[in-house]
Design a protein around this ligand. Structure first.
Ligand code: HEC
Length: 273
């Protein structure tokens, strides 16, 4: 009989450990995974997810899943790691600056068994906030017609033309879009078209913004002008096979007007009057 040498024993132990780690990594959030994270969902992760991700990752939001309960967030631990710690450039909706501490918390929690924390202190339920980012615009305009994303289409680009008759003569400093169906409106490149057909870009709207789109310079709206925009729609797997309708609105803000600062807007899930 061959006696295993010390180095073979070490090798086997290392292999067993690696296998154990690999298995653990494949089953994130499962009850039997060792809890090594000092960060807990209810105490530490919920405020982070609410403030940094909750504008989109909330039921009814543009992202496919909520991250605002322990049950909803835990299964995404591995995917979260891949998304935020990869070298790949982030997709447009994830181009945010997370602090090193926020990244560290996500990594530690995702790798460390996604602990819930004190079960007697669950976080408050969070509802989607679908409001003008900067308060009611001076000129709110509903798009002329609703748009339907057919059940068979996963994405669509829809060109809208909105006459600006109601805003003629005003000087505009910012413009915003309020999605009718926040789950599917992905982006809109807002342009101003004059009566003689010249167009200029005003800016690009994306979901989850905390301010309106501020124009590079104020623009006077002449008679006969209209706002045009290709609006990009996309469904996530959550709405597979459903017919979905959107009727968004565009808002214009007078140049130089004093506005509520974004920080005056309550965070989703924060106490609201
Ligand atoms: C501006 C909106 C927005 C914000 C803010 C946002 N996300 Fe997302 N996220 C999305 C969208 C949209 C998708 C789905 C993209 C798709 O597949 O079409 C997504 C997808 C994901 C996915 C799934 C990737 C996969 O495997 O398919 C993870 C994980 C994720 N987000 C984590 C986060 C975390 C964590 C935060 C906060 C630190 C965050 N997101 C902030 C919009 C957002």
């Amino acid at each position: 009989m061959i006696r295993p040498t010390a180095s073979v024993v070490r090798l086997l132990a290392a292999a067993a450990l690696a296998l154990g780690l690999a298995l653990a990594a494949q089953t994130p959030g499962e009850a039997h995974k060792a809890i090594t994270s000092k960060y807990l969902f209810n105490e530490d992760m919920f405020p982070l997810f609410r403030d940094r991700c909750g504008r989109c990752h909330v039921d009814g939001g543009v992202a496919p899943m909520s991250l605002l309960t322990h049950e909803d967030a835990s299964p995404w631990a591995e995917s979260l790691r891949l998304e935020f710690l990869s070298e790949e450039p982030a997709p447009p909706w994830h181009q945010m600056t997370l602090t090193p501490r926020e990244l560290d918390m996500m990594l530690v929690w995702a790798n460390g068994g996604t602990p819930r924390g004190d079960a007697s202190k669950p976080p408050p339920p969070v509802k989607l906030v679908n409001e003008w980012a900067q308060g009611a615009p001076d000129v709110p305009l509903r798009l002329p017609a609703p748009f339907t994303l057919e059940a068979t289409a996963n994405e669509a680009s829809h060109e809208v033309v909105l006459p600006l008759t109601a805003a003629a003569g005003r000087t505009i400093g910012a413009v915003d879009l309020l999605p009718g169906n926040p789950a599917i409106v992905r982006s809109a490149v807002l342009k101003l078209k004059t009566a003689d057909g010249d167009t200029r870009d005003l800016g690009t709207w994306m979901p989850g913004r905390t301010t309106a789109v501020v124009l590079a310079a104020p623009v006077k709206i002449a008679a006969g002008a209209s706002l045009t925009a290709p609006i990009e729609y996309r469904r996530t797997w959550k709405y597979e096979g459903q017919m979905l309708t959107d009727h968004s609105a565009v808002g214009l803000y007078d140049a130089g007007a004093r506005r509520a600062t974004p920080s005056a807007r309550p965070a989703p899930g924060a106490a609201r009057p």
